[in-house]
Ligand binder design. Sequence first.
Ligand code: CMC
Length: 380
Amino acid sequence: MSEKKAGGGLQGVVAGQSAISTVGVGGIGLNYRGYDINDLAYKCSFEEVTYLLLKGHLPNQQQLNELKTLIWQKRQIPCKLKQILETLPKESHPMDIMRTVASIVGILEPETKPGQEYEISIRLISLFGPALLYWHHYSNSGIKINENTGKDSIAENFLKLYHLKSEIDPLVVKTFDVSLILYAEHDFAASTFAARVTVSTLSDFYSGITTAIGTLRGPLHGGANEAAMQYLEPLRSIPQADQFLNSRYQSKQLIMGFGHRVYKKEDPRSPIIKDFSLQLSKTASGDPTLLAVSQHIEKRMIEEKKIYPNLDFYSASAYKQCGVPTPMFTAIFVISRMTGWGGHIIEQRSNNKLMRPVSDYTGPAKKQFVPIEMRNNANL
Ligand code: CMC
């Protein structure tokens, strides 16, 4: 850590070095390993970005083909995991399923030797979606899905398995894929930092990932996309949106999907996902009212509070229009951020130092010890 005294929430503290991404420090905007987020979102696939984040460079065609084959092989759900998923209640939150899947795979396929990080990362990136959807369909309707949809992309495989369809609208697939690219990496975000702290103790890869999933879940971090959809869903007109905002302003409650620790103006990912959400709203299965309400809330928040939407705000309407249920939104974030977490665990281990900061002690001065038989309220 730098010598700077940590403010609340370690705000502004430089907690280490990383060559994986920058969220704009140095004036070069959000990029992954030097590539601008706009180029990656509009010109790449999530699989290419996965390779970039884990291996450090973009793949050539042969390397991408090999990765796609590996993903296809690694999406196979182990029988023992299927048996466990079948026992989990349908009321479980998808984030509990994700954390449990990471934990169980860590038992069934433990990390046993150095150098397995890439393989384990691809295993989890490939398996998380199929495992979640196996549990979803089994617990809701007793269907045991066949997770293998061929050499489909992660996005296409997820959407086909969720909708139980063999064809998905290409715009829906593209939107989902772009969201995975945008969510893939974001420097020392809380969940990534948590994963790095865990592996800095020389703990195993899976422990780093379960730590990260638990940290991502909260609505101040990854849980914001789900939380945003929860308030957006009932708002079916502009007056209703106004009423909602006014009451939140009055009660000084946070509006999830707005604000960011680093970006005090526009989150560079927000216009990209908004673009796709708007495109979807103009299709037959789109929801133009949801977009009109979202844009109205965005306009008022910027004009009246100077607070901008983050990636989670328009991801909510994008996922909704992809037909995905709200409780799965943050779980999709897990599938994506698994790439960044993997890259950061590899980087942390390449030059490891135990992460162990100190606090600014604000407790009492040294006290005289009082034996239990002599304690009363006055001398505690
Ligand atoms: N709604 C209402 N007011 C807000 C919001 C919001 N979403 N965000 C910040 N503010 C206010 C905050 O109350 C504070 O006001 P005051 O100075 O009067 O106390 C001021 O803006 C500064 O905010 P802050 O709390 O110092 O900012 P922070 O850097 O600690 O917090 C944040 C960043 C993301 C936790 C916060 O903006 C927030 O809680 N947003 C809502 C949750 C959310 O959307 N999280 C997703 C973050 S981006 C993706 C990710 O990391 O997963």
